[in-house]
Design a protein around this ligand. Structure first.
Ligand SMILES: [Zn+2]
Length: 163
C-alpha cells in the first residue's frame, strides 16, 4: 500500500474545522487523536507531537510562521543510497509521521509552490491543495465555501442595487 503523504498533509491541516460557527479540533481528545492518526498512516502514538506539527504546518501555510520552524521534525530523517542496474536511488529509511508530513509539505512547495493554501473564506479554517490547471482554486470545496461565498457576493450586489 502506498501512502499519498500530500493527502495526509491536507487531511491533518483540516482537523480544525469550524462547525456551526464553533472552532473544533478532531485531535482534541487523546482517544479521538489516536483513532484519527491510525486512520491516517500513523500508529496512534506521539499524539502531542502530532498536534504540534499540525499546528506548525497550519501556521506556515497561513504565512504566520517561517518554514524553518518545521526543521525540528526532520532531525532524525535518514536517507541511504541504493544502487541497482539502472543507477542509484536515495531511499528514505527513517522518517516518522511528523517528518513524513513535513517532507510532503516540502515536496508540494517544490512541485506546486503556493498551491497549498488556506480557504479564501475567512470564516472557514480549512485548507486546499489546488490541483486545478490554472491554479485559481480558492475554496476548500466548491459545494461548501465556494457556493456560499458566491451567494453572499450575489446577495450584496443585488442588495446594493436596491438602494
Ligand atoms: Zn472553506
Amino acid at each position: 500500500m502506498s501512502i499519498e503523504w500530500s493527502d495526509v498533509l491536507v487531511d491533518v491541516l483540516n482537523t480544525t474545522p469550524v462547525v456551526d460557527g464553533a472552532n473544533t479540533d478532531l485531535l482534541e481528545t487523546d482517544a479521538d487523536a489516536r483513532d484519527w492518526l491510525r486512520a491516517h498512516a500513523g500508529d496512534g502514538t506521539h499524539i502531542a507531537t502530532a498536534r504540534r506539527v499540525r499546528d506548525d504546518l497550519q501556521q506556515v501555510v497561513r504565512g504566520h510562521a517561517d518554514a524553518e520552524v518545521l526543521n525540528r521534525y526532520l532531525a532524525r530523517v535518514r536517507r541511504v543510497p541504493r544502487v541497482h542496474d539502472d543507477g542509484l536511488d536515495w531511499e528514505l529509511v527513517a522518517a516518522d509521521w511528523p517528518a513524513q508530513l513535513v517532507l510532503a509539505w516540502g515536496e508540494v512547495q517544490s512541485i506546486a509552490p503556493g498551491r497549498l493554501r488556506p480557504c479564501a473564506n475567512g470564516e472557514c479554517h480549512l485548507f486546499l491543495l489546488d490541483r486545478s490547471r490554472g491554479g485559481t482554486g480558492r475554496w476548500c470545496s466548491m459545494s461548501e465555501c465556494g457556493n456560499r461565498m458566491k451567494a453572499r457576493r450575489h446577495y450584496s450586489r443585488t442588495a446594493g442595487k436596491a438602494d
